[in-house]
Design a binder for this molecule. Structure first.
Ligand code: PMP
Length: 435
């Protein structure tokens, strides 16, 4: 298994605890189309508690200054808060703060890794970076279920370097097979990039096994942890990957902040991708020398208030307990899968009932376009995501162009899951299909 999950199963949050937590999320009290909002779109973006909103506002109101630059007290205070936030977020994933690079989100983080490896392949970075160089004959391996953010940067890197992009196939439900992975990850593999939790299927990847397959051939591993860091305990040391990325807005934090974690020796040996101010030691008209990580990857003015608010989100999650959040959502995932699979005309995507999954589920209603399905739910105040969820190749493999996804979080009530399932049973009859 994956995982950093503790061996003693944690207790799920009880409904009264969740009801109390919800008080801290003012948006959840809204009504939509005459119904109480049932927000089942946290996989796309999560809601923010007052603590997080206040943290960002407090910084902007009382403590704003440029970090790492000013010679004045306000700047020194801002720098200290910014670096404290880094330490908080790094500790959350079991990392050293010198290994945590701020980015604008997971997409930026993945582009930075791929771009830096591309620069190394072009000869930038000197002898230290030679180990990253890719060329014809080398292979970059991804999975067929990746979010476009963890696919296109690798396509671009392959195109830049002449390396070959290969993929680990999924089965007819969209689930990875380890046997197939073993066959694909061969001696030429130099990078293996994959999602910890699929944003479409909710499947939790067998990280330990995949990392072992990559390490056997000396390939670097890149984990897209966008859908895991917000929802389950993640510890980079236990996972054994080389790089890991996530986004703040999916974990109660603001937009515009995310992180790239990498092993320090790797980050310090990689050439930068974005260049400019704040990441250098010496600059001449002809060249520049760069700071070690994390600053070498943090060119330009950083999203300081967002980083501070993300640290506040992390403290909120820690107070609730990641193991309890995971236990709660795993139960929701089981209920969603069982409930959807029981509806005539609905095809559940991903792990079938009885197999573990995260607290989300995607499905297709035979004969009804996902956008109509989404509208049906919206009319009842239920917010779900429809479309290809930035995973077109996966949908193509499943024979679909789009699907509908319900995704939970720590503020989701069991009654909301049931309201969603009750409505799901009515979609087919409403559109006159599936009878
Ligand atoms: N990977 C996965 C699995 C995701 O769910 C998402 C967001 N939908 C991303 C990458 C991209 O994240 P962002 O848009 O925050 O950069």
């Amino acid at each position: 298994m994956t995982s950093s999950l503790s061996t003693t199963p944690a207790a799920a949050l009880d409904q009264a605890e969740i009801a109390a937590l919800r008080e801290r999320f003012p948006i959840l009290a809204r009504e939509m189309n005459g119904h109480p909002l049932v927000y089942l779109d946290s996989g796309a973006t999560s809601q923010r508690p007052t603590e997080v909103l206040d943290a960002e506002r407090h910084f902007a109101t009382h403590a704003n200054a440029a970090v790492h630059r000013g010679a004045h007290l306000l700047a020194a205070e801002a720098t200290e808060s910014f670096e404290d936030a880094r330490a908080t977020v790094a500790a959350f994933i079991g990392a050293d703060e010198r290994e945590l690079v701020w980015t604008s989100g997971a997409t930026a983080a993945l582009n930075i890794i791929a771009g830096a490896i591309g620069n190394a392949s072009a000869g930038l970075g000197g002898a230290a970076a030679e180990r990253f160089g890719l060329g014809p004959g080398d292979e970059i391996v991804v999975t067929e279920l990746e979010h476009h953010a963890n696919l296109i940067p690798w396509q671009q890197l392959a195109a830049r370097t002449g390396a070959t992009l290969r993929h680990l196939p999924v089965d007819e439900n969209g689930v990875l097979s380890l046997d197939a992975a073993t066959a694909v990850i061969g001696d030429r593999a130099r990078i293996l990039a994959f999602a910890h939790v699929s944003n479409v299927t909710g499947a939790i990847a067998p990280v330990t096994e995949l990392v072992a397959l990559a390490q056997r051939v000396g390939a670097l591993t890149v984990l897209d942890a966008c859908q895991s860091v917000p929802h389950l305990p993640v510890d980079v040391t236990e996972l054994g990957v080389d790089f890991l990325v996530f986004s703040g807005h999916k974990m109660l934090g603001p937009n515009g902040i995310g992180a790239l974690w990498g092993r320090r020796a790797l980050l310090d040996a990689l050439p930068p991708f974005l260049t400019g101010g704040s990441m250098i030691t010496i600059v001449t008209l002809d060249g520049a020398e760069f700071l070690p990580a994390p600053q070498r990857f943090e060119a330009g003015t950083q999203p300081v208030s967002q980083a501070i608010a993300l640290a506040s989100a992390v403290r909120f999650l820690q107070d609730v307990g990641m193991d309890r959040i995971h236990a709660t959502e795993a139960a929701y995932g089981r209920r969603l899968a069982a409930g959807l699979a029981a509806v005539p005309g609905i095809r559940l995507i991903g792990p079938q009932p009885g197999s573990p999954r995260a607290g989300l589920a995607s499905f297709d209603v035979a004969g009804v376009h996902a956008h109509d399905v989404g509208q049906f739910f919206d009319d009842r105040g239920i917010a779900v995501r429809v479309g290809h969820h930035c995973a077109q190749p996966l949908h193509r493999r499943l024979g679909l162009t789009a699907s509908t996804r319900a995704s939970s979080y720590l503020y989701t009530l069991e009654s909301e899951i049931e309201a969603f399932l009750d409505a799901a049973a009515l979609v087919g009859p409403f559109f006159g299909v599936g009878r």
